[in-house]
Design a protein. Sequence first.
Length: 651
Amino acid sequence: MKEGNKMEDKKYYISTAIAYTSGKPHIGNTYEIVLADAIARYKRLQGYDVYLQTGTDEHGEKIELKAKDAGVEPQQFVDDVAGTIKDIWDIMNTSYDKFVRTTDPHHKKVVQHIFKYMYDKGDIYKSEYKGLYCTPCESFWTESQLVDGKCPDCGRDVEVKSEEAYFFKLSKYQDRLMEYIDTHPEFIQPESRKNEMVNNFLKPGLQDLCVSRTSFKWGVPVDFDDRHVVYVWVDALSNYITSLGFDVNGNHGELYKKYWPADVHVIGKDILRFHTIYWPIMLMALGQPLPKQVFGHPWLLVGGDKISKSKGNAIYADDLVKYFGVDAVRYFCLNEMPFAQDGTITWELMIERINSDLANVLGNLVNRTISMNNKYFGGEIQCPKVKEDVDQELVQLALDTPKRVEKKMDELRVGDAIGEIFTLLKRCNKYIDETTPWTLAKEGNTERLGTVLYNLLESIRIAAIQLGAYLPETSEKILNALNTNHRDFASCEEFGMLEVGNKVVEKPEILFARIDAKEMLDKINADAEAAKKAKEAAEVKVEKKEEITFDDFMKVELKVGDVLSSEKHPKADKLLVSQIDCGNGDVRQIVSGIAQHYTPEEMKGKKVVVVTNLKPAKLRGVESQGMILAGDTADKLSLVTADLPNGTVIH
Ligand code: ME8
């Protein structure tokens, strides 16, 4: 291979679907970025120049309605949810290079260019759409697609709807796409899903796709006909190229020139049709190369049921991490999910896997090997001098494991790749049983003992390097504990790279502690119960009050006041008695229920907002001449403060 080609081959662009900003993503959505992250990290360890892109899909009627329900502007709503999504991706230690948002001005501008380009080319035309519409899914369906007369995706009612719309001539490109799929057998993964796409959608013939809407506003406007917004799929799918600097006129940015076409789009099985039919056809219309592969991964189910907020069975990554730590959650998702069939998650299963795989097999092996090396050799890594036949199998497996992992990763079988590493770890445990180092120590067979421990530590080093893509923190902890500088894939090609004479860490950290299942499940249930109560309490509080007039509101006199001093109420733990200067010589005493959130010292000097015309009242025997404004949740209270002079009227 020529050097030039080699360099080019060494780049790798991988993307996830962009998540809807309709709410907090559950563990199923989160699985996808963890999966893509594991592949991306693996490729980086192989020496590829990787670009991992993820992000959020922020337009559409559903989001517009959600924002309305929440009483905020759509932009505010999507900003908040996109923030939550990014936080969860970060909690999961995912190494994305770009987080794209479809409300980014640049993305919107390029989507408009793409739409116009396809319109000018005659691939998009204006017509009338009439069909059965499911609002939550934002999808039109034909009669034959309905299941029991309801939306085939969500099972809800559909309604007859008609609107003027732009259409995209999918049918024009049908044959070309068919040929592409035929000549690129690796394009759709897994294979079974390819057949589904070809037989269910392509062979029956493609209908032109409706690509604009007039029934809502929250979308990218069609710039030459602004009654229309671009329908979400054209907007959403374009993210894979807008972010790289794609330009319809061919003046592409550097990232586009370097990374397009994508090596793999990692997406869920439900949106495979959009990615293997609509998206390639859009790219054909734009005259651009198609992605090399689309991987439609299966879904994570909760005990066998679809994860759903309304069913109340949703599990969230941040909760899991709170109890088990990041790498345990990454391990569970990656290892538990089959390549093509759906996987299952429950709290019980999670605990089971942590105990059996992470604590017993991995944690225990690392801990006892390092401890033995400390006990018998003061931590110093020994030179392996006395080799025996029993070593051969372990050494060979340690050398083969990286190749086996690579093979699985080439097929995107991430769970199986992890399985290969665990096969090596289990073999190490068996080797301890076979060689019984404690007996060698008792017999004073020091050189053989040193060899056995070397073989174990070296096998652990190779396993830890291989784990780097899946459990990055754990991998690093182990390599630090081994005190080795040989941490790259190349150093796994030889058995014996662990530095003789170095000292392993004195007290190895417990990587994964065994969990008492009952105790943990009780705690999880108690926390869930408490959270539910707090939520209910908060909901009661925000119950809507009766409408008032402006005059009603103006009856309340609100002024800025300076807290001069504050002390505990003599008879009530929850109350503070404060002296507040409300300006123009108006110093008054106010009793408030804030003692559990603010100390008297913290109160001093605060500029609070006071209701000054409230009828005075006695609280547990102490007179209160007004009220301080504050907001509170189940466990937090915050005073309303204003950086204004005393006596300033608030309105
Ligand atoms: O579909 N297990 O967004 P989304 C595994 N905005 N993966 C799951 C899952 C589960 N239980 N549930 C959902 C969208 N997913 C669009 C994508 S791309 C240009 C636009 C996956 O927030 C789902 O299959 O509904 C999808 O790949 C991803 O989570 C985001 O889903």
